[in-house]
Design a binder for this molecule. Structure first.
Ligand code: WTA
Length: 655
């Protein structure tokens, strides 16, 4: 849901009014919880000393750090003077500690094939893959692009990069060739690691031909390493392309981890902003490791015997932080599932949980709402008694979905941690602690220890409890982004200029009388579709890219399952026929240019768009129209008749 906090009552606020149930932690859970309330006090006394203690406790350093924080607003450096290798921390030290035979990942392919990867396997495979990268000439500091399905070689490839200090940039496998090429060109990656394809909803999804199309316009790529997932062969370009099994399998199993500076770039992850050009969010090594591993252990209450399943795609930040780096640093046993939740039937997840005795599940509200829609009989048919902690991430979880999750998945006992964070924050920042916090359905509750979050009005003044406004962060934190790749000015401008001295997250939020945070969605022109951030501008550019389109405006509208759905208004060039077939074509065009996640659910041809006198499209009005609300203030409209014409047409929108 997209809201302008200044406009008062919005759905999430009404929910707050209705939702008065509270869920205190069970005494037994509290007694055994990893995180106790004392860590809030410790962090409040001195947040820098707090993170220093955690960094010294948790990280295996090659050279211990000297300074905990150098804060030259908005540029932070954490744990300077230190040197470490993150894969040593995520893999080797566990093997040295005798955990070589512990399972790192239970992997389940969509067709039902499985693989079990222990920490010793991971050490061997990561070393071999790292040696393969060295063989093709990758050195410390070189960027490597990764475009893969959810197969074990994906985390292995990421760790192989990190082992030799080569920053990776993972591009979600659902993105188009064009999106992949744009990201590769922005960071100048030398090598691309991909696969022939993967399985999704019973179909083979070919990735290699997208990769080929992308690489045709990426002059920096010298080598393409291709994992054979589908076993059906692929077109291989001589000298440029090499099969993973041909180059990796013959490598030595030993590859010493390269120690890097605490602030060495670990990865770039591209995310949508309010302009068409995606931003390369830059994360570095030590602070990210400290932030992700500590939050993972504290918030999910991870114990040595837990089986932890984060059902996100590794191509998003949730997968980076809470499938790969955080859990591995904690020697967790994880589950990775390649495919869709409804394949072959809607009980696939519950069957996996029963079979692998999953004890911690972390997923997105959009998934929960989809399960809700198909009914509780699917989870009810399975033994879910192993589950003891549930997590939610990616968008506001509405109280109904929270309560359904609690009742039908958590059997009324497993605590729910609703975790708010972003690609930029790297780690969870607002969340309950499962043994400490009394939860309220729909609220992400309180800032994590050491984090200072606030809600401010348009002038940057803190809003008293009971009020709503803009969510800001007032202190640096270890896993925070260090910048936007190649564009320090855009970093400053995007995150630190709206309210001087504060990081503005782009979200609206409200605090209730007890200080609980309630997230209200994006306040900028970024939509949140099934937990994925997509900028309205990017979709608009993709539409205008089509030869029939003159202009377009895109808004996110409320959607029962995906949170928001994309609604596109399109003005055609003169002489073009607004036929249904063209609408279908345009929606496919967006899927082609950006990826299927950005395909508009609704598309409407309009003769004109509501604009202010200065020519700015009034998205708020378009949203009101799309969601069938009474219109707000239209006095700033240049031409008030436009809205009426559009409104008369809404019934005819293409779905
Ligand atoms: C939204 C995903 C409400 C929010 C980790 C944020 C949430 C954006 C929550 C970041 C939550 C994420 N409650 N909203 N628990 N978690 N969001 O970068 O709008 O893909 O700004 O990172 O998702 O999305 P991103």
């Amino acid at each position: 849901m997209s809201v302008e906090p200044s406009q008062g009552a919005q759905p999430a606020i009404e929910n707050l009014m209705d939702e008065r149930r509270v869920f205190p932690p069970a005494a037994e859970f509290t007694a055994n919880a990893n995180a106790q309330s004392s860590i809030y006090d410790e962090a409040e006394r001195d947040y820098v000393a707090f993170w220093e203690r955690i960094a010294r406790d948790r990280v295996s350093w090659d050279t211990p750090f000297e300074t905990t924080l150098e804060w030259d607003l908005p540029f932070a450096k954490w744990f300077t003077g230190g040197r470490l290798n993150i894969t040593y921390n995520c893999v080797d030290r566990h093997v040295e500690a005798g955990l070589g035979s512990k399972v790192a990942y239970h992997w389940i392919g969509e067709p039902g094939d499985t693989r079990t990867i222990t920490y010793a396997d991971l050490q061997r495979e990561v070393s071999k893959a790292a040696n393969a990268l060295l063989e093709v000439g990758v050195t410390t500091g070189d960027r490597v692009a990764i475009y893969m399905p959810m197969i074990p070689e994906l985390p292995i490839a990421m760790l192989a990069c990190a082992r030799i200090g080569a920053p990776h940039t993972v591009v979600f496998g659902g993105f188009s060739a064009e999106a992949l090429a744009g990201r590769i060109n922005d960071c100048g990656a030398r090598v691309l690691i991909t696969a022939d394809g993967g399985w999704r909803r019973g179909n083979r999804v070919n990735l290699k031909h997208h990769a080929d199309e992308a690489v045709a316009s990426t002059p920096t790529i010298q080598k393409v390493i291709v994992v054979d997932r589908l076993g059906q062969g692929a077109h291989m370009v001589p000298r440029r392309d090499v099969w993973w099994h041909d180059i990796v399998d013959r490598q030595s199993e030993h590859c010493p981890p390269v120690p890097v500076d605490s602030e060495h770039m670990l990865y770039l992850l591209y995310t949508s902003g309010t302009t068409a050009k995606p931003k390369g969010i830059l994360h570095t090594t030590a602070g990210y490791l400290v932030g992700t591993s500590f939050t993972h252990e504290a918030i999910f209450d991870l114990k040595p015997d837990d089986v932890y399943w984060c059902a996100a795609d590794i191509g998003w930040v949730t997968g980076h932080s809470y499938i790969v780096y955080g859990p591995l640093a904690n020697a967790a046993t994880g589950v990775i599932y390649e495919g869709a939740p409804d394949t072959p039937t809607w009980d696939r997840w519950w069957q996996i949980i029963e079979e692998f005795k999953v004890s911690i599940l972390y997923c997105a509200p959009t998934a929960i709402r989809a399960f809700m829609k198909h009914g509780p009989q699917f989870p009810a048919a399975h033994d879910l008694s192993s589950l003891r902690v549930l997590g939610s991430v990616g968008e506001p979880i509405n109280p109904e979905a929270w309560l359904w999750y609690h009742e039908h998945i958590g059997r009324g006992t497993a605590p729910i941690v609703d975790t708010w964070w972003q690609t930029e924050t790297g780690m969870i920042l607002i969340t309950p602690l499962p043994g400490v916090t009394t939860t309220k359905p729909g609220s992400a509750t309180f800032p994590f220890p050491g984090i200072e979050a606030d809600i401010v009005d348009g002038d940057g003044q803190s809003v008293p409890f009971g009020g709503g406004g803009y969510l800001v962060l007032k202190r640096p934190w270890p896993a925070m982004l260090r910048g936007i790749y190649g564009d320090p000015e855009r970093y400053r401008e995007t995150y630190w200029s709206r309210f001087p001295g504060m990081y503005f997250a782009g979200d609206g939020a409200k605090r209730d009388e007890e200080g609980y945070f309630w997230l209200l969605g994006r306040v900028d022109d970024v939509m949140n579709v099934a937990g994925h951030r997509i900028s309205t501008t990017e979709v608009e550019s993709a539409l205008v890219d089509h030869r029939s389109v003159a202009e377009s405006a895109v808004v996110g509208v409320k959607d029962e399952v995906s949170g928001q759905a994309i609604y596109a208004f399109v003005i055609l060039k003169t002489g073009q026929d607004p036929a249904d077939a063209l609408a279908v074509q345009l929606r496919e065009h967006v899927a082609y240019v950006i990826g299927p996640i950005a395909r508009p659910k609704y598309l409407m041809f309009v003769p004109d768009l509501p604009k202010t006198r200065s020519g700015k499209i009034m998205r708020r009005l378009l949203r009101d129209i799309a969601e069938g609300r009474t219109l707000g203030d239209t006095t700033t409209l240049a031409d008030a008749t436009v809205v009426e014409t559009i409104r008369e047409n809404t019934g005819k929108a293409e779905e």
